[in-house]
Design a protein around this ligand. Sequence first.
Ligand code: NAD
Ligand code: DAU
Length: 331
Amino acid sequence: MKFLITGGLGFIGSNLVHHVIRMTDHSVTILDKGGYASRRESLQGLPVERAQVVIGDICDAGVIDPLVEDCDAIIHCAAESHNDNSIAGPAEFVRSNVIGTFEVLEAVRRHKVRLHHISTDEVYGDLELDDPNRFTPETPYNPSSPYSSTKAASDHLVRAWIRTYGVEATLSNCSNNYGPRQHVEKFIPRQITNLIDGVRPRLYGTGQNVRDWIHVDDHNSAVMAILDRGRIGDTYLIGAEGERSNLDVVKDLLRIFGRPDDDFDHVNDRPGHDLRYAIDPSKLTSELGWAPKHISFAEGLAATVEWYRDNEEWWRGSKAETEAKYSKVGQ
Ligand code: NAD
Ligand code: DAU
């Protein structure tokens, strides 16, 4: 089979390309606009005859159309992905996440190609810390940020194209990913690279906010299970029972670096900061028999720290610019 993976030079997309090459005999075309979060180096070492890169924009029908025509299935990862950026400048999020998904859907409709749409648990809004309920596919949409509202819009477009035009698509909404090749703007890589540089971690607000962490390889194995065995038209929530407060994650990292557990700074909170995300993954586990492999967050985090220690040339070029953006807003 030939896959088209949009956003395949980003964090999840590049790990997915590695996963597909490692676990199958499929070939992959990667379409990515080559934005600030993309890295050509993320695909280093892969056989070129099985992983071909096209630099181009999903919003450009002339680019996406022939690539969709030429593939057997498309996994749509491309998006602007960072909440803080969406607060500072929402326009690119509307363009890439909404218009971009529209153009992907139109190409899929023209060429009748199977689509899997990658989305986020943030479309459901947030939960109270003590809410016994977690997100399920039936939870009403209630996004809070410019980022999550554009992802919600993209999900609605996919569902409308399934129902109205009979497009063969599935959707997944996943919780917070961690692992190698994640941009240093995101929480875990930012704190790891701060600690490597001898800088104190930065915690937004009180740090009581909870995220439901999953290793990126587990996200990607779930996506492959959905492509393989998922019901067309259905939505699957991907999560690995990984709820943890931001404060606890910072303390875990300080421990790995052998630093005292109060050696961090509280900084300005994110406007509209979602309090808690939590996924009920039971549909995925019971219907598709999927299970995560990285069940120890402590081990996954330690391996991620090692990856950033061993791959400084991968992230060093983005670090100063990213920190300069944060310092402008006191974060
Ligand atoms: P990322 O920012 O690391 O990568 C996104 C990639 O998409 C980048 O390489 C970027 O250049 C590319 N891209 C953006 N706009 C594009 C456009 N118009 N045309 C072509 N390429 C474009 O993001 P990520 O963390 O890898 O997220 C990938 C997907 O997974 C997104 O759809 C995101 O909403 C979703 N998701 C992410 C997480 C997470 O924790 N990171 C969790 C759930 C879902
Ligand atoms: O839930 C899935 C989502 O997870 C994805 O859809 C998004 O693409 C992805 O970026 C992520 O969104 P978050 O906003 O949860 O991730 P982020 O890494 O930006 O922040 C995680 C938490 O850490 C959040 O509560 C904010 C906090 N934070 C973040 C940074 C960068 C800090 O306390 N300090 C920081 O320096």
